[in-house]
Ligand binder design. Structure first.
Ligand SMILES: Cc1cc2nc3c(=O)[nH]c(=O)nc-3n(C[C@H](O)[C@H](O)[C@H](O)COP(=O)(O)OP(=O)(O)OC[C@H]3O[C@@H](n4cnc5c(N)ncnc54)[C@H](O)[C@@H]3O)c2cc1C
Length: 421
């Protein structure tokens, strides 16, 4: 008979699901995942892009989870670890293809499905968005219960957990138990669109980006393009701007198609944006399909990543919940999956595998969390710092050489020439 869950994982993203799977394969099965989505079918706003998984973090998590073979043979796009860097005049700065094999791409949705399918389905409680988590008044922290009451937006609540893990992303509802830190706006945003096979810009995307990624740098702005597994391209127009840029530019309550057209005209209207970019690159904006989607980018200040272990016994965070970062080094998901590996390793190391957590001694559990957090804080802070530095370079006036410096060692010494637009 299955015991009631004693580990609550809040959030079924890459970090939460990776942890669930790692617990499962190590015989720790008394966990449950609470996810706010209603089902595994993502809504129209959550189709996701593509992620590259690094050998020592994302790939390592899949290896330990027993999922690497399926990933490698059926899903990983090994030929997509290819990266083309250009300037706004369309001139190639460099391309990077000698890292081929180290950072294969996978669609975010494929990664989610891979992890989801590896966990018994009854362990995921869909439609359980957490509203807030509170501590029982008084000495609620008794054997088998860390004293947390999890309140859900659907009006229900859950309690009686030994361990609560917040893996609920940048706007974590678990985080306030541990720290007052919260994400701050970076001053930069992405506007996302799509180039499908029949789009007039598809051939040029295919020529410039191929199966991988392209970054076009210039005048404190950027266009990023990446191919997904079905062959279509995801484009991001990146710029400095206020957090509510999209709302300011588009009419209040405009329908998404109308708002897209307003934003498109705005981005093409002046040299402040993309008006003076070379025609084939500007065409990505002219042709990208509606609806556009704004992504204001946030990060937690690195010095605010961390807390004293004694603050909230039996509670911890993973992934963006702990160390939300801007995406300028493309490592957020890798760091998050690395967290899952470390947390599972520390729990098993201190508390044992093939066990139920209800009766784990508090001192052992806290030692496991302390060991995990010591490692995670450092990696999270490092991720955010490196991403901030990368953002500074990507959006500078002199972006090309500065970004190239960052990649030195990875870049081909003789950049391969491409047909420029
Ligand atoms: C525009 C953009 C591009 C990016 N590109 C890359 C990239 O190329 N490479 C890379 O490595 N990283 C990238 N990242 C970062 C990466 O997406 C994150 O670091 C990674 O997804 C974090 O995983 P996570 O599991 O911690 O959180 P998330 O992926 O945010 O998952 C959180 C989960 O929790 C659920 N949830 C949220 N709130 C609640 C709640 N209250 N109750 C219950 N469930 C909840 C969500 O529905 C979701 O399933 C990018 C981020 C952005 C914004």
């Amino acid at each position: 008979m299955e015991v009631p869950p004693s580990i609550a994982i809040i959030g079924g993203g890459p970090s939460g699901l990776a942890l669930a799977r790692l617990l499962e394969v190590n015989g720790i099965t008394d966990y449950v995942v609470f996810e706010r989505d209603q089902s595994s079918t993502p809504g129209p706003n959550r189709q996701g892009g593509t992620l590259d998984l690094q050998r020592d973090s994302g790939q390592e998590a899949l290896k330990r989870a027993g999922l690497f073979e399926k990933f490698s043979n059926e899903l990983a796009r090994w030929d997509a670890a290819y990266f083309h860097l250009l300037d706004s005049a369309g001139k190639t700065i460099a391309n990077f293809n000698n890292t081929l094999g180290d950072r294969p791409e996978i669609d975010r949705l494929q990664l989610r499905d891979l992890l989801l399918e590896s966990i018994p389905q009854h362990k995921i409680r869909w439609g359980h968005g957490v509203k807030f988590v509170e501590r029982k008044p008084g000495d609620g922290n008794t054997v088998g219960d860390n004293g947390c009451i999890i309140h859900f937006t659907n009006g229900s609540s859950a309690t009686g957990f030994r361990l609560v893990v917040g893996a609920d992303g940048a706007w974590s509802k678990v985080r306030p138990l541990l720290t007052s830190a919260s994400p701050e706006y970076s001053g930069k945003l992405y506007i996302e669109g799509k180039i499908s096979h029949n789009n007039p810009s598809y051939p040029i995307a295919h020529e410039l980006v191929g199966p991988g990624n392209m970054l076009v740098l210039g005048d404190q702005k950027m266009i990023a393009v990446q191919q997904l597994s079905d062959g279509h391209y995801r484009v991001y127009f990146a710029l400095d701007g206020p957090e509510d840029f999209y709302k300011r530019v588009t009419s209040v309550d405009a329908d998404p198609s109308k708002a897209t057209e307003e934003m498109r005209s705005h981005l093409l209207s002046t040299n402040e944006f993309f008006a003076n970019w070379t025609p084939n690159l500007k065409a990505f904006i002219e042709n990208a399909e509606a609806p556009f989607r704004p992504w204001p980018l946030y990060f937690i200040a690195p010095e605010k990543v961390g807390w004293d272990r004694g603050v909230a016994p039996g509670v911890t965070l993973m992934g963006d919940a702990a160390h939300a970062s801007t995406p300028f080094i493309g490592e957020g998901v890798n760091c998050s999956m690395h967290d899952a590996v470390m947390l599972a390793e520390c729990l098993i190391g201190h508390c044992g595998n093939n066990t139920t957590f209800t009766h784990v001694e508090e001192v052992k559990l806290e030692a496991a969390l302390a060991a995990y957090e010591k490692n995670m804080f450092k990696r999270g802070q490092d991720l955010i710092r490196r991403s901030c530095e990368s953002g500074r370079r990507l959006f500078s006036d002199n972006a090309g050489p500065l970004v190239l410096q960052m990649f030195s060692g990875d870049a081909d010494s003789e950049p391969v020439e491409f047909a420029n637009p």
